[in-house]
Design a protein around this ligand. Structure first.
Ligand SMILES: [Zn+2]
Length: 125
């Protein structure tokens, strides 16, 4: 693909990022539970629930689990879906940038924001 097409594709792809604040990396779990109170229907196999939890895994097998109320279930589902959508878009942009790098396209390289590039500066930093 030509560099100008790649740059256009990158811009279009980045526009699909949307609101990146509405994301959550995790898995929504549904659980049926027993309260263990004697005489409760759950002790006869009619479990309570479903109750919802979101689990998030970190490195080295660490996980965190948070209870999710029924009211917030929809929000959590949307956040998780958004996370994967944003992640896919980032992967696409990354692929385009890798290709630009391979083609040696300088136009595709922007200096990190927050740093003022000296006018006319050359070379790499
Ligand atoms: Zn019970």
């Amino acid at each position: 693909m030509k560099p100008e097409h790649l740059l256009k594709q990158r811009t279009k792809t980045a526009e699909r990022l949307g609101d990146v604040s509405q994301i959550l990396r995790g898995t929504l779990l549904e659980r049926m539970t027993r309260c263990n109170k004697s005489g409760c229907r759950c002790m006869r196999g009619e479990k309570h629930g479903p109750a919802y939890y979101v689990t998030v895994t970190y490195g080295k097998g660490k996980t965190r689990q948070i209870y999710v109320s029924k009211e917030r279930k929809g929000v959590v589902e949307a956040w998780i879906a958004n996370y994967y959508r944003v992640w896919k878009v980032l992967e696409e942009i990354s692929r385009v940038n890798l290709e630009l790098l391979r083609l040696g396209v300088e136009a595709g390289v922007k200096r990190p924001s927050g740093r003022k590039a000296a006018k006319g500066a050359r070379g790499k930093d």
